[in-house]
Design a binder for this molecule. Structure first.
Ligand SMILES: [Zn+2]
Length: 390
């Protein structure tokens, strides 16, 4: 257990590291939930408490173990997104190694990372493939809830149970998210964006998503708790007319000194046109680079993502890509002109975009690759870890 923080008056903080645990039979999965990775997003913690309380009261038939943890406790205490740096951008293996070795020149978030990591490693134990990991977030803009997944077949199958729009490719646009770290360890992962930070309805949505997650993981069945059917119906209402799947294609990244200012009135999933003014910074106006669905427009002081733009993916393409991956056609991708296997890094292709300009990134997405880096005319794509069904 991490040590309890104390407030200045000596009383314990409201956010202990372990939110709670519910243990069922030994044959099921382990579900690990984290809420409050960002300190202005307590909704997930409150929702996890509700679910754990209800399970303790109702004592349903339950397979496996549910354990819920708090993310950035110190930032939550202050009610701000982070103290020194974004806690959800430091989960790269390189940074984690460094953080464990040094200890010096440390920040609040490095300390939080070591504490949380200790807990997560004990929870995951020796079998990450039996772990479902859920990360609960809210956003500064209003809009309907959605789920985010690293695009592996396993995550897609898990996400399919949720009657919410699924966003693919958000993890490719940002580095060091906890969700991707857990995915690379071998866990099934899903993120839930419930809505605006301070709306009480965000807690209801997180709670409903957790009940549905327990169903999707096979830890509860439909008849085991009345909350499940209710939650499925509730989330379906929340999704309204939005598409089933959206792929993120663009990120507007920002630095604190940019003076980024989103134009007022935008919300999640709003359709924007190419050239439409979305924001401004000290260099002038910022326009939408193409027509698409606006995601996570930034309406708070802290953060490094101004906005994202995505496009609807038709189910047809999902099925194509599923078949392609099962056939492991990705193994033959280096037969294409301008594409070769990286000399030293396994499961990685080097693409000369001057030659291979007819295969846009989406084509490699289809094959199960994600973008690693782009240098001039060279694009590196790597196979997503654990892109299989079990
Ligand atoms: Zn967040």
């Amino acid at each position: 257990m991490g040590t309890e923080l104390e407030k200045r008056d000596g009383t314990a903080v409201e956010y202990p590291r372990l939110i709670g645990r519910f243990q069922g039979s030994a044959d099921g999965k382990k579900m690990i939930v984290v809420g409050g990775m960002h300190g202005n997003e307590p909704s997930g913690i409150l929702a996890a408490r509700r679910v754990l309380d209800a399970l303790a009261r109702q004592q349903p038939r339950f397979r496996g173990t549910l354990a819920a943890y708090t993310g950035n406790r110190e930032a939550l205490e202050r009610g701000q997104r982070f103290i020194d740096k974004d806690f959800n951008r430091i989960w790269t293996t390189g940074h984690i190694e460094l953080n464990r070795q040094s200890g010096a020149a440390e920040s609040t978030e490095d300390r939080q990372q070591r504490e949380l990591l200790d807990e997560l490693e004990v929870e995951i134990g020796s079998n990450p493939h039996d772990v479902v990991f859920i990360d609960l977030h809210t956003s500064s803009a209003a809009g309907p809830p959605f789920v985010t997944i690293g695009d592996t077949l396993r995550n897609r199958y898990f996400a399919r149970v949720f009657p919410l729009t699924a966003i693919l490719g958000l993890e490719e646009q940002i580095d060091g998210a906890l969700l991707e770290y857990m995915n690379n360890l071998g866990c099934t992962t899903i993120g839930i964006e419930a809505g605006q930070h301070d709306q009480p309805i965000s807690i209801d949505i997180h709670e409903a998503a957790l009940w549905v997650a327990l169903l999707a993981a096979g830890m509860l069945e439909r008849g085991d708790a009345a909350q499940i059917e209710r939650s499925l119906r509730y989330l379906e209402q929340q999704r309204a007319q939005l598409p089933e799947l959206v792929e993120v294609l663009h990120r507007h990244s920002i630095d604190p000194e940019d003076g980024f200012q989103m134009e007022p009135g935008f919300s999640n999933f709003q359709l924007v046109e190419a050239g439409q003014r979305l924001a401004s910074d000290r260099r002038g106006r910022i326009e939408a680079p193409f027509r698409g669905l606006l995601l996570l427009p930034l309406y708070q002081g802290q953060g490094s993502d101004g906005f994202f733009i995505g496009r609807r993916v038709h189910r047809f393409w999902l099925e194509v890509s599923e078949r392609v991956r099962r056939l492991e056609l990705g193994d033959y991708a280096d037969w294409l002109p301008g594409v070769r296997q990286h000399p030293t890094i396994a499961e990685t292709l080097v693409i000369d975009t001057r030659v291979a300009r007819f295969y846009p990134l989406q084509f490699f997405h289809l094959l199960g690759f994600r973008k690693r880096r782009a240098h001039g005319s060279v694009l590196l794509v790597g196979r997503r870890a654990h892109d299989r069904l079990r």
